[in-house]
Ligand binder design. Structure first.
Ligand SMILES: NC(=O)c1ccc[n+]([C@@H]2O[C@H](COP(=O)([O-])OP(=O)(O)OC[C@H]3O[C@@H](n4cnc5c(N)ncnc54)[C@H](OP(=O)(O)O)[C@@H]3O)[C@@H](O)[C@H]2O)c1
Length: 319
């Protein structure tokens, strides 16, 4: 019986490689659960991999069709051997299969229970699908790699994107003075999220913000990231996120006597639990700019790859 839908990436390139297909129910191994996915989160890596760029594309080149997506939220509808039936019907979310397996652009997915977290009351499943990868990245950039401390001045480049808008809130809550850099139209959002100063990246913002930051969180990378190094104090810290340009930003940082690091987000269910609790307590806002029906995944990818998403995009499997 063909009873669930998913998005197959059939070939690398344009959005025509994303095909909605139907399949029989996935099998469950011991310790696994079947997740009925209501929403899948989108991340820039999905569009890069679809285009055939990056490590996930290289490693999956001979495994097409491959199902993209690392973020999902929904309900548990079946449990495998050894899993307590009390999980049946629970709303859950998680970052699943990062970076090689993917599989969240799907209305159903089997997964190990220990990769999922219960979604607390008050958190919409669309937010829960938008949170995991971007939230964990923001958390790890601010605290694990950035070592942000109360009282420090932190410049966040790309402050209104999926990772950026969460990082702004985490750094503000940690007592940092946040200088947010985004396009002018994002000023009201960034004010609401607590940024102390907000600059338009199309302005000459570095004239005002020169050599004053303890930490730069570079979520834009490339030449924008390199230029933003001028905002950091001598011997200050830099975390640069886009992996494709990380080496060149790190090299430029080293030449400017700054301490720079790249990073790759990793699974951390304790940190994700903490972030979910912050959302439930309305101490962390997850902006979902657009929610696309799963069948409109091509439109969602075109939106995503323009690089101007405010917060997050999600796919809805229930429409
Ligand atoms: N290494 C890792 O583990 C890891 C994990 C997650 C993400 N990433 C990478 O990190 C980057 C950010 O991820 P994301 O999910 O936050 O992306 P996103 O949601 O697509 O972020 C786009 C944001 O970047 C802003 N932006 C565009 N050009 C800019 C510029 N010149 N200066 C400053 N901001 C600019 C846009 O602002 P406007 O809309 O205002 O133009 C938009 O809000 C992506 O390259 C992603 O692939 C890496």
């Amino acid at each position: 019986m063909l009873n669930y839908c998913r998005i197959d990436l059939t070939h690398f390139g344009g959005v025509d490689g994303l095909q909605l297909t139907r399949h029989p129910k996935p099998a469950l191994a011991a310790g696994q659960v079947l997740l009925n996915i209501h929403y899948s989160g989108l991340n820039p890596i999905d569009a890069k991999t679809r285009a055939g760029l990056g490590w996930a594309a290289q490693q999956n080149a001979d495994k097409l069709p491959w199902v993209p997506g690392y973020d999902a939220a929904g309900q548990i509808t079946a449990v495998g051997e050894g899993v307590d039936e009390a999980w049946l019907g629970k709303p859950v979310c998680g970052m699943l299969g990062f970076p090689l397996q993917g599989g969240c652009y799907s209305s159903m997915r089997s997964t190990d229970l220990n990769e999922l977290l219960e979604v607390p009351k008050g958190v919409h499943l669309a937010q829960a699908a938008a949170l995991p990868l971007a939230g964990l990245t923001a958390h790890q950039a601010v605290f694990e790699h950035g070592q942000a401390q109360s009282g420090e001045r932190v410049v966040i480049l790309g402050a209104s994107g999926g990772v950026g808008h969460i990082a702004v809130q985490l750094a503000v809550a940690a007592g940092c003075e946040v200088i947010a850099v985004a396009s002018a139209r994002r000023k009201p959002l960034l004010q609401r999220l607590g940024a102390a100063q907000i600059y338009d990246y199309n302005s000459n913002w570095l004239a005002d913000v020169s050599a004053c930051a303890d930490l730069l969180l570079d979520f834009a990378g490339g030449d924008f990231g390199k230029a933003a190094l001028a905002s950091v104090k001598s011997k200050g810290r830099v975390v640069t996120l886009p992996t494709v340009t990380a080496d060149s930003v790190k090299q430029a940082a080293c030449e400017a006597d700054l301490d720079a690091t790249g990073m790759l987000v990793h699974q951390d269910v304790d940190a994700l639990q903490h972030l979910l609790q912050l959302v439930a307590a309305q101490k962390l806002t997850i902006e979902v700019e657009s929610c696309y029906p799963a069948g409109s995944v091509a439109d969602a990818h075109q939106h995503l790859e323009q690089g101007h998403v405010c917060g997050k995009l999600v796919l809805n499997w229930c429409q």
